[in-house]
Design a protein around this ligand. Structure first.
Ligand code: ARG
Ligand code: ZN
Ligand code: CA
Length: 248
């Protein structure tokens, strides 16, 4: 509709305690964050430094549609936490199979072991495990029991970036390549909330874009994608792309 890719979302909630069976309001808060961050209407978009305003993505034109009555599966589990082996995506492992994996974007919300906030499957993988996983305490924003530095819903924004083919901004290597021309080269990942400006010691000493969603900074300190990241993501949904089923 109007050149906007609409992504139907199915949320799979696995809970070991009643509190982990998160409310529809908490889920809605996460959908709101995704829609703001992908439209460039996030309230902190205005914090983008002047050095980067020329490459900011603006509206990426991807919209997330979630129906509170039909868009959620919930399951009680005796498992206290989950590893990154996709068991949460398999009913025969105590998890929940995805719903309509070819046409819906599945998100699993569960407690992850080893302080992992979330993980994603890149385009081109198996339908049965496609989607993203987000830790219960990093899902959504607002007055919920969320990790203090990860309470603005940016874990899901970052994971959706991966799901749409974005690499980490540091290219997972020292001064590595993220295959996006308008993101600067970073020495490595940044955490916390770096002082600005923060310069890389890689070739050319560019200013690092620590506020990019594909870095590892705190939720409050990441608030942008670039135009190059937008094109790389939209290519996935274009004709012949691995996620073209979403773009009707
Ligand atoms: N560590 C996770 C990943 O590599 C997510 C990082 C999310 N960062 C955040 N500020 N919420 O996919
Ligand atoms: Zn990541
Ligand atoms: Ca780059």
């Amino acid at each position: 509709v109007n050149g906007v890719i609409e992504i139907p979302v199915h949320v799979n909630v696995l809970y070991n305690t009643a509190a982990q069976n998160i409310s529809n309001a908490q889920i809605q808060s996460q959908i709101d964050v995704l829609n703001e961050d992908f439209a460039g209407t996030n309230p902190d978009y205005n914090l983008i430094p002047a050095d980067f305003s020329g490459v900011a993505s603006g509206d990426i034109k991807i919209k997330f549609i979630w129906d509170p009555t039909t868009g959620t599966s919930r399951k009680s589990t005796t498992k206290k936490n989950w590893r990154t082996n996709d068991d949460m995506k398999r009913s025969n492992k105590g998890g929940l199979n995805p719903t309509d994996c070819a046409n819906k974007f599945n998100i699993w919300v569960c407690v992850l072991a080893n302080n992992i906030l979330g993980y994603a499957q890149f385009p081109g993988g198996a339908c049965a495990t496609d989607g993203v996983v987000v830790h219960t305490n990093a899902f959504g924003r607002g007055n919920y029991p969320l990790f203090a530095s990860f309470n603005k819903g940016r874990t899901a924004t970052h994971e959706v970036g991966h799901w749409a083919n974005l690499r980490h901004i540091w290219g997972d290597a020292t001064c590595g390549n993220d295959f996006v021309a308008d993101t600067p080269v970073h020495n490595t990942s940044n955490g916390g909330c770096p002082n600005q400006p923060h310069f890389s010691t890689c070739s050319g000493s560019p200013r690092e874009m620590t506020m990019n969603y594909m870095d590892y900074t705190n939720d409050a300190c990441m608030y942008m994608f670039t135009a190059g990241q937008k094109s790389r993501m939209l290519a996935v949904f274009g004709s012949g792309g691995p996620r073209s089923a979403f773009a009707q």
